[in-house]
Structures are given as structure tokens and as C-alpha cells.
Write a protein that binds this ligand. Structure first.
Ligand SMILES: Nc1ncnc2c1ncn2[C@@H]1O[C@H](COP(=O)(O)OP(=O)(O)OP(=O)(O)O)[C@@H](O)[C@H]1O
Ligand SMILES: [Mg+2]
Length: 463
């Protein structure tokens, strides 16, 4: 077997392995680099093969590199855990074994075998957090535990960074917060981050969408009920009591009935609640974060939001701009979501093509960041073995086609239902004439049941 054949054999062999394999020659030039390794480090094989180690990984401190240690000092390293950032700034954790290869007392190569344990590391971190009790109050939605912190908030746009700055200030404070932002702009993300970064972090965070619950139940849900308040009422604590010491997020507060808004105002002023049908005043200690997805001034003007309640809640005011007003955030957010869904779907879509970036930036996102996230999730989940996400992967709702000019105009000489009846009557009468009075024939021509036609003949008094 000649050298070339032998290399082909080794190439095949190392591609078969699940572990990442990186081999450099005595000069530190990459001579083997398999796909498993490329997947972990998120670089292209061609960027490493034939390149010196420090060209391929410019950010790496040479002294810390196990490859370098093997080559220059003949030192082997076994099962060493390393956490570092790959070319795209993504933090990964690997477990590496690196050995020098000696021939006639000379180091001719170094071999590194690397296992990606990033996900294992994350799992163990979360387990530790659970044990430390950090997560015990995370609200459970369905089966998923959500617990956002400021680390989960991405964005570089100047206005958006101002928003995050305000939110961070709100976290060290205990005043009520009023958040305005269109759907999907991250109101809940910010509300949770404020809670989790503040002194109430170890206490419950509860959220209630005021629009999601019938008006009649909302009061009992918030303030609790006392036995006998109404048929079937039991003694039960409401969200205010359950959130004691913590934070209550009231989403779409403008959907709360007007009367209840004034009760809420009183509760906030007095720091007591009374269960529905109850007689005892119960002291409460709950921070309120309220949200709306329309401009508060408009909601007040429409009579949906009480002005006095708004002023009371609006101690700290946070207004999140819609995504279409921070276009410079679209690509950075997309890259974060790429990363997230690569992990979730075990894909290796590492970057956006220029065309994809352009298409993403051009869209106007009525559903804001949530919609962008969904678009990227869908694209990643559909991608095959591709590393670049292109515009063909992106499906956005079609441009709205301008409506056609109306072809008829209804003249208002009579109400629409009367007009339609008169037209129906005329059509049926004509059809009866054509069928020479044969009801079955006329019904067939009109594609309706015989009985239906009979009924209409009576109704319109035809014949
Ligand atoms: N700046 C951001 N960085 C990262 N993810 C974000 C950001 N903004 C929003 N998201 C994501 O978008 C989704 C929607 O966010 P969130 O639920 O906080 O929005 P919302 O304003 O409460 O929406 P709605 O009014 O519909 O309740 C979430 O998956 C969230 O993680
Ligand atoms: Mg929300």
C-alpha cells in the first residue's frame, strides 16, 4: 500500500468515528480534521486542513492548547475538559485527549480526540441549579419550565438596549412596572428577567392574561373566593395570595373589566385584599408588572384602561419597540435562534447567506421576535445537511395582494336581507316558469332539495 492509499484509508477510518479527530504534523499544520470535529467547533473542514493551528484558531492561547503542548513538549493530555468559544462566539465544552506521535525519538504529529459534552454540561448545570433551589418557583406552563433572565435577552439596537437598561434598573427596585409592546416583542421575557434579577427572585412569579379568562371569573382568580360567596364557592386563595412575596404579571390589563380595575387600584393603594364573598382583610406583598400591547394613551382614550390605575402602575415605564423599528437586530437575533435550533434539532446550519439576511431584514414582522424565531425554527428544522441557511429555507407570509376594485355597489334603497330575498324570489319564480311548474325539476336546476324549494315557494307565495 502506498502513502496515498494509506492516507485514504485513515481518512475513511476517522470519518467513521463519532468523536472529533484533529491531527497536525510536526509544523502544526492540519492533516486530518473530521466532520464530527467540524460540527463541534463550527468551522469548515477546509478552514483547518492545510492551515497551521494558530491560523485556524486565532483566538486560542497557544500555551493553553493541548495540541501545542503535545508538539512542543511531547506532553500527552488525557480526558481534559475544555470550555472555549468557537469561531462564531458560541461557547462549547469538550473533553479532549491529545497525544504526540513519536517516530525515532522525533515528534512527527499530534492527534487530538475530542468529545462534545456541551449538552451534558448544560444538563448538569441545570441540575445543580435545581438543587440549589434556584428553579423551584419557576412557573410551569404545560410541561415546560420557563425561567428567563437578562441573559436570554438578545439585541444590539440602541433603543432596545435602552429598554434593557431600564429593565435592569427596575430589577433592583420594587416599584410597579408597566410594559407596552406589541405581541411577541418580549414583554414576558423582560418581566421574568426583572423578577429573576431582583430581591424577589426566590419567590413565586405568576402570570395571568386578563383577556384569557371570562370577566366573571377574573376577580375570584385574582383575589380568591370565600365559601358561600356564590353557589359552589370554596375557600381558595387567589393569585395575589399565591404570589406572596413575589411578582404577579398581569398581561393585557386593559382587558380587565373597568370596575375590577378600580378594585385593583384600591388593593394596590392599601396593600390588602379581600376574597370575593369574604370579610377578612388579608395583607399582601406582591410586585405588579402590567402589560398592554396597544399604546396606553389610546387605551385610556377608548375607555379600556383607567387613567388612575395606569398612573399607579406606571411608576417604571418600559416601552419595547416593534422589531420592524429595529431592523439592525434582525440578523443578530436570527443568529442566536440559529444556534438554539441547531441544538434542538441536531442540525449544523451555521450561518445565514447574504440573500437570507436580506430577506429577513426586508420583512415587517407583525408577530415581532416570536415570529422571527418561528421562521428560523422552521427553516432549521427543514434544512438537510446544509451549513448555510439561504432564502429558499425562509417562508414568510406572502405579501398582501391589494384588494380588487369592487365590481358592484349596493344601493341602499332597502336593507340587504330584504334585497337578497327579493332576488331569491325572482330567481325561483323564473325557474318555476322554465320547469313548467315541476317542483322536482326546478329544485334540481337550483341545486337545492325539493323540500327546501317547497318551503321557499310557500314563503314567497309563488304560484
Ligand atoms: N430580545 C429577545 N431576545 C431573545 N428572545 C426574544 C426577544 N424578544 C422576544 N423573544 C422571544 O420571543 C418570544 C415571545 O416573547 P414574549 O412571550 O416575551 O413576548 P410578549 O411580548 O409577552 O408577547 P405576547 O404579547 O404575545 O404575550 C419568546 O420565545 C421569547 O423568548
Ligand atoms: Mg406575553
Amino acid at each position: 500500500m502506498n502513502a496515498e492509499e494509506y492516507k485514504a484509508l485513515v481518512d475513511e477510518l476517522i470519518e467513521l468515528l463519532d468523536e472529533g479527530i484533529y491531527i497536525v504534523d510536526s509544523q502544526g499544520v492540519g492533516i486530518h480534521y473530521n466532520k464530527a470535529m467540524a460540527g463541534t467547533e463550527k468551522v469548515h473542514v477546509r478552514d483547518v486542513l492545510g492551515k497551521k493551528f494558530h491560523e485556524a484558531f486565532p483566538d486560542f492561547e497557544l500555551g493553553e492548547s493541548t495540541i501545542y503542548r503535545a508538539l512542543s513538549r511531547d506532553q500527552a493530555t488525557r480526558n481534559a475538559q475544555q470550555t472555549y468559544k468557537n469561531l462564531y462566539g458560541k461557547e462549547i465544552t469538550t473533553e479532549n485527549t491529545t497525544i504526540p506521535v513519536m517516530v525515532d525519538g522525533r515528534t512527527v504529529a499530534a492527534i487530538e480526540v475530542s468529545k462534545n459534552i456541551t449538552d451534558l454540561r448544560r444538563v448538569s448545570d441545570s441540575l445543580l441549579e435545581i438543587q440549589e433551589g434556584k428553579m423551584e418557583h419557576a412557573p410551569i406552563r404545560g410541561r415546560e419550565i420557563m425561567k428567563y433572565t437578562f441573559d436570554d435577552i438578545y439585541g444590539e439596537n440602541e433603543r432596545f438596549l435602552e429598554v434593557v437598561k431600564r429593565a435592569r434598573k427596575a430589577a433592583i427596585n420594587d416599584a410597579s412596572v408597566f410594559i407596552y409592546g406589541e405581541t411577541g416583542t418580549g414583554k414576558e421575557l423582560i418581566a421574568q428577567s426583572i423578577h429573576n434579577n431582583g430581591s424577589r427572585a426566590g419567590k413565586p412569579f405568576l402570570a395571568q392574561n386578563c383577556a384569557a379568562i371570562p370577566e366573571s371569573l377574573l376577580e375570584g382568580l385574582l383575589f380568591g373566593t370565600a365559601k358561600g360567596a356564590f353557589t359552589g364557592a370554596v375557600d381558595r386563595a387567589g393569585l395575589f395570595e399565591q404570589a406572596s412575596g413575589g411578582t404577579l404579571l398581569l398581561d393585557e390589563i386593559s382587558a380587565m373589566p373597568y370596575d375590577l380595575q378600580s378594585k385593583l387600584l384600591r388593593v394596590l393603594q392599601e396593600s390588602y385584599i379581600r376574597r370575593v364573598g369574604g370579610s377578612r382583610d388579608i395583607p399582601i406583598d406582591v410586585r405588579i408588572i402590567a402589560t398592554v400591547n396597544e399604546a396606553p394613551e389610546e387605551l385610556i382614550a377608548k375607555g379600556l384602561l383607567r387613567k388612575d390605575l395606569y398612573y399607579r402602575l406606571n411608576v417604571i415605564n418600559i416601552s419595547i419597540p416593534p422589531l420592524r423599528e429595529r431592523v439592525d437586530d434582525i440578523v443578530p437575533l436570527s443568529e442566536k435562534f440559529l444556534d438554539k435550533y441547531n441544538r434542538r434539532y441536531n442540525k449544523q446550519v451555521w450561518m445565514l447567506s447574504d440573500g437570507a439576511a436580506q430577506k429577513l431584514r426586508a420583512y415587517d414582522y407583525p408577530g415581532n421576535v416570536r415570529e422571527l424565531e418561528n421562521i428560523i425554527e422552521q427553516a432549521v428544522s427543514m434544512a438537510d445537511n446544509e451549513h448555510v441557511l439561504t432564502e429558499k429555507h425562509l417562508s414568510m407570509p406572502e405579501e398582501v395582494v391589494p384588494m380588487q376594485e369592487p365590481t358592484t355597489r349596493y344601493d341602499q334603497t332597502m336593507p340587504l336581507d330584504k334585497y337578497l330575498s327579493s332576488v331569491e324570489k325572482q330567481i325561483i319564480a323564473d325557474e318555476m316558469v322554465r320547469a313548467k311548474g315541476n317542483i322536482s325539476k326546478a329544485a334540481a336546476a337550483l341545486s337545492i332539495k325539493r323540500q327546501t324549494l317547497q318551503h321557499k315557494l310557500r314563503k314567497y307565495d309563488i304560484r
